[in-house]
Design a protein around this ligand. Structure first.
Ligand code: ATP
Ligand code: MG
Length: 462
C-alpha cells in the first residue's frame, strides 16, 4: 500500500492507493453488467469506479448485493451514453442503467455545498443555482444533494469509511480516502466527518449504522454510536416511503433479529414501530417481544435457505398483539361483536403504522387477509376447512398460527397441530378429521342451547 497526497479539494484527506496485487478484487467477481457500464464510461473519457457495498463486500470476500458505480460524468452525460438509462431521484439524482431486472446505479461524484445560511449571504452570486442543487431543512436535514464535485469530495460525503472505497476500472487499484481499509480489517463502522452533523443531514444513516454492524458483524465505533439514542427521534422527519424501503433492508436481509436488537439498543426501533412501543399489559408485552423474536428468526432462517419471504407476513405477525389489544378495547368501548371490532382494529393499526412506515397498499391488503384468516382458521366444520386450504394466503396464515401456538400453547397449539395434519393427510383421513369437528360442534351447540339461548351471532375470539 503506498500513500499519495494527491487530492483535489481537501488537504486533510490522505489518499491510500492499494495496487492490484495487494487486494483481492478481481474483475471476474464483478457482474458483467457492472463491468459493461464501467468500461463504457471509462472508454468515453470519464472516470469510473465501483464503489460502496460492492467494493466493501468483495474486499471481505462476500457476495455483493448489488454494484454501485461512481463517475465524474453528470447524470445527463450518463444518459447520453446508455440507451437503457433512466434518471431517478430528486433528493439525490442518480442514473439507473437497466439490464432486464438488473439495475446498475450510477452516481455522479457529490461535491461540497454550503449550508443554507452561507448560501443566503448577499455576496453569493450563484445563490439561485446552488439553491436548486442543494437544500437543507432548518434542523440540518439535506433535502437535496445534487452538487457535483471531485472523487475526494465524493468520498467525504459517503456515510461510513468502509463504504467509501473506490475500485478503479482504469488501473484496478482501490482508492481509499478515509482509511476505510483499516476499518474494514478492524471490523469498525465509522461515520465520516462529525457524526451529529451527518445524522442531522440524513437520519437514515443511524439505521444504516445498525444494519451494517449486524450484517457485517462489525462494531460501531464509539463517537459514531454515541449521538444515536438522543437523535433517534429525527427519524420522524424522514418520509415514510423511504422508511418502508429501509425497514425491509433492516428486517428482511437475513440478519433481521440481530439488526432488531441493535435498533432497540439505540432507541431506533420505536420511531419506526411506535405501536410496538405501547404498553399492552405485562402478559401481552411479553408475548409481543416473543413473537417479534420468533418471526425475525424464522425470516432469517428462510433467507438462509433461499426461501421466499413476504413483508406482509412479517408486518402482520409483528403487529398482531397490538391488534388483539385494540380489538378488545373496541369490544368494550363500542359494544361491537368481536369480528367487527377486530376488523375496525385492523384499520386502526394499519392507519397508525403507515404514518411512520408507508407499507404499500398491496401489502396492507395482504396483511388484512392474513389477520382475518387467523379468525377463520378456527371454524373447520362442513366444507370450511377445504375452502380455507384453497386460500392463496393459507400457507402464510398457517405459519402465523403456528408461531402463535408456540407462544400461547393450549387450544391455539392444538389448532395449529390440527391444521398441520390436515394439510398433509389423504382424503379419507381429512374427511374423518372434519367429521370429528362437526360432531363436537353439534355437541357444544346442543349444550349451549340448553343452558342459554343466544341472540347475537358473535364470532369466536381466537
Ligand atoms: P448494500 O447495497 O449491501 O446494502 P451499500 O453500502 O452498497 O450496501 P447502498 O444503499 O447500495 O448501500 O449505497 C451505496 C453507497 O452509497 C454506500 O456504500 C455509500 O457509500 C453511499 N450511501 C448510501 N446511502 C447513503 C447515505 N444515506 N449517506 C451517505 N452515503 C450513502
Ligand atoms: Mg449497494
Amino acid at each position: 500500500m503506498h500513500r499519495d497526497s494527491q487530492t483535489h479539494s481537501n488537504a486533510e484527506l490522505k489518499l491510500n492507493i492499494i495496487p492490484r496485487q495487494e487486494h483481492c478484487i478481481s474483475r471476474k467477481d464483478i457482474s458483467d453488467n457492472a463491468l459493461k457500464v464501467l468500461y463504457r464510461l471509462n472508454k468515453s473519457g470519464y472516470q469510473a469506479y465501483l464503489v460502496g457495498g460492492g467494493v466493501r463486500d468483495l474486499l471481505l470476500k462476500k457476495q455483493p448485493k448489488d454494484f454501485d458505480i461512481a463517475t465524474n460524468a453528470t447524470p445527463d452525460e450518463v444518459r447520453q451514453l446508455f440507451r437503457n438509462c433512466r434518471l431517478v431521484g430528486r433528493r439525490f439524482r442518480l442514473a439507473h442503467i437497466l439490464f432486464g431486472r438488473d439495475v446498475i446505479e450510477v452516481a455522479t461524484f457529490r461535491g461540497h455545498h454550503q449550508t443554507e445560511q452561507e448560501q443566503k449571504t448577499p455576496e453569493q452570486e450563484n445563490t439561485e443555482k446552488k439553491d436548486k442543487s442543494a437544500r437543507q431543512s432548518d434542523d440540518g436535514m439535506l433535502l437535496r444533494d445534487n452538487v457535483y464535485g471531485f472523487i475526494d469530495e465524493d468520498a467525504e460525503r459517503r456515510d461510513f469509511t468502509v463504504n467509501a472505497l473506490y475500485y478503479s476500472i482504469d488501473d484496478f487499484t482501490v482508492r481509499d480516502y478515509t482509511d476505510g481499509v483499516k476499518d474494514l480489517q478492524a471490523g469498525i463502522i465509522r461515520l465520516i466527518g462529525d457524526p451529529e452533523t451527518r445524522y442531522r443531514e440524513d437520519p437514515v444513516r443511524m439505521l444504516r449504522a445498525a444494519r451494517f454492524a449486524a450484517k457485517l458483524d462489525m462494531r460501531i465505533e464509539e463517537t459514531t454510536a454515541a449521538p444515536i439514542p438522543a437523535l433517534a427521534h429525527l427519524l420522524g422527519d424522514v418520509p415514510a416511503a423511504r422508511l418502508f424501503e429501509e425497514s425491509l433492508k433492516l428486517l428482511q436481509s437475513g440478519y433481521g433479529w440481530k439488526t432488531y436488537r441493535l435498533l432497540s439498543d439505540f432507541n431506533l426501533f420505536s420511531p419506526l414501530f411506535p405501536i410496538l412501543d405501547r404498553d399492552l399489559g405485562e402478559s401481552r408485552n411479553a408475548k409481543c417481544t416473543q413473537i417479534i423474536e420468533k418471526v425475525l428468526k424464522s425470516t432469517d432462517a428462510r433467507i438462509a435457505k433461499n426461501l421466499r419471504i413476504n413483508p406482509a407476513f412479517l408486518f402482520s405477525v409483528m403487529l398482531w398483539y397490538p391488534l388483539e389489544a385494540r380489538a378488545e378495547e373496541r369490544v368494550i368501548e363500542r359494544g361491537l361483536n368481536y369480528y367487527d371490532a377486530f376488523m375496525a382494529a385492523a384499520n386502526d393499526i394499519l392507519d397508525e403504522q403507515i404514518k411512520t412506515i408507508a407499507i404499500p397498499r398491496r401489502f396492507t391488503a395482504m396483511i388484512r387477509e392474513i389477520w382475518l384468516l387467523q379468525l377463520r382458521l378456527i371454524s373447520r366444520s362442513g366444507t370450511r376447512a377445504y375452502k380455507l386450504l384453497e386460500q392463496q394466503k393459507f400457507r402464510a396464515a398457517f405459519d402465523f398460527l403456528e408461531i402463535r401456538g408456540e407462544i400461547e400453547g393450549g387450544q391455539l397449539k392444538e389448532l395449529a397441530t390440527w391444521w398441520e395434519h390436515f394439510q398433509f393427510e389423504d382424503k379419507e383421513k381429512r374427511h374423518q378429521m372434519v367429521q370429528l369437528i362437526n360432531k363436537s360442534n353439534t355437541k357444544s351447540t346442543t349444550r349451549r342451547k340448553k343452558s342459554k339461548p343466544r341472540h347475537n351471532k358473535t364470532q369466536q375470539k381466537p
